[in-house]
Design a protein around this ligand. Structure first.
Ligand code: SF4
Length: 421
């Protein structure tokens, strides 16, 4: 039994690693009962690659064109020290222009500023010296390359910048922190959130700013995209509040009014609006506290389990059986919402539909949605629910009431069908 990190590394094997981001944390919090997703995310497994390997590739995602357009839109809003962004903050927050016109613009995601480098701090593997080079005299190729900050270094940089702007907060300056890296405890592991958002200090309060390239048409935006933006922003606000509290400031220094910047109509003109994310923040906080700790999840898994078995024989569209068996050994909790939130959804759906508990085919109740799963509380097999409705099997202790409701529903259905005939 190794350490948590070594066990997570063993699970991942040679599969590509991916960091958490606000979308993955929001999706994890949306299905807190899914141990499979909890383990995969803690191990940093690229679920898109794994889903392809399983023969159930992801069927959604942004087109390359939309990604390029999104980057160009973001660069436009941030250009010239955030000139356009400052005007948008004035528009959305209703503060005087003088309150946002001046202030520092700090980029926290780029190269190492030498004086800020911490002695002995973690560096990325790419920054190591070349073998054979004389470290006294020869600048290595890695040294000549712009150094990328390690994650802990970026967190340190973010902490310092945040402390400084909160300490120096004035009503007539607006400091902008771009690409902060925010740590967040997720089920006992440290996730690093790389916001595509920024933190802007306006009138003494920090506002998360999210730049999205989807359009606002006639003052309204796609409700699904708005809801998704609000869930992601809630994760950033939560991480920022935790960090502010850790630095000795009040949590309420971080506003729950998020500034959402979108494209106006079909143009490239940005427009900004406030998004009240109090509800999403409360839900995210509550669900994250309900997530099982990763050590508890790992304790229930078979020793030596890996999602990257070396002897996995590819079996065409069905994917390698050994990989399917490994993934299938971690309990899942599939619901239709997974289709829009998790890269493994097509695999988990097919598994849940094929599940057979000895009462005929039908699959798991979760495939019918969280509402029906809640109503049937505890009965997770569709075939068994049908048998209880027909009286073909006896209810177990505690299932008497739901069995009575199911029999009544079946009787009503028969009556309606006979009347229709
Ligand atoms: S798709 Fe599968 S792994 Fe992902 S959250 Fe749903 S049940 Fe869990």
């Amino acid at each position: 039994m190794g350490t948590t990190d070594s066990r997570l590394g063993q699970l991942r094997g040679s599969l590509p690693a991916r960091n958490h981001n606000a979308r993955t944390v929001a999706a994890l919090a949306a299905n807190p009962g899914c141990a499979r997703r909890g383990v995969m995310d803690a191990a940093g497994i690229d679920k898109t690659a794994l889903a392809t390997r399983l023969g159930h590739p992801v069927q959604y995602g942004q087109s390359p064109f939309a990604i390029v357009r999104g980057h160009a839109f973001e660069a436009q809003v941030k250009a010239d020290g955030g000139a356009q962004l400052r005007a948008l903050l004035h528009e959305a927050l209703g503060v005087p222009e003088s309150a946002v016109a001046e202030g520092a613009y700090e980029e926290l995601g780029g190269e190492i500023p030498e004086p800020e480098t911490e002695p002995g701090a973690e560096t990325e593997p790419g920054a190591e010296a070349e073998p054979g080079a004389d470290p006294e005299t020869e600048p290595t190729a890695a040294a000549r390359e712009p150094k990328r900050l390690g994650r802990e270094q970026r967190v340190t940089l973010t902490r310092r910048a945040l402390h400084r702007v909160l300490d120096e907060a004035r009503s007539d300056t607006c400091a902008i922190l771009d690409h902060p890296l925010l740590p967040l405890d997720v089920a006992g592991t440290r996730a690093y959130l790389e916001p595509d958002a920024m933190a802007c200090l306006v009138a003494g309060r920090l506002h998360v700013v999210e730049i999205k390239s989807f359009s606002v048409l006639d003052g309204g935006a796609d409700p699904g995209k708005l809801a998704s933006a609000a869930r992601q922003a809630a994760v950033y606000v939560l991480a920022l509040q935790d960090l502010a509290a850790d630095l000795g400031f009040g949590r309420d220094v971080v506003s729950t009014d998020v500034v959402l910047v979108c494209a106006r109509d079909f143009s490239n003109q940005p427009t900004a609006a406030l998004l009240d994310i109090r509800k999403e923040l409360a839900v995210t906080r509550r669900r994250l506290t309900r997530l099982a700790r990763i050590d508890d999840l790992l304790a229930d898994l078979p020793a030596g389990l890996t999602f990257d078995p070396v002897d996995a024989e590819d079996q065409g569209d069905a994917g390698p059986a050994a990989v399917r068996q490994a993934v299938g050994s971690v309990p899942a909790a599939y619901v239709p919402d997974c289709l829009s939130a998790c890269e493994l959804a097509y695999f988990c759906r097919s598994e849940a539909r094929a599940c057979e508990g000895g009462h005929g085919s039908g699959g798991l109740v979760g495939t019918l949605g969280t509402g029906i799963r809640g109503v049937l509380g505890g009965i997770d097999d569709i075939g068994r629910a049908l048998d209880l409705a027909d009286g073909a099997c006896a209810p177990a202790h505690g299932e008497e009431e739901i069995a009575r409701v199911l029999r009544r529903a079946a009787a009503l259905r028969r009556e309606v069908l006979e009347a229709a005939r």
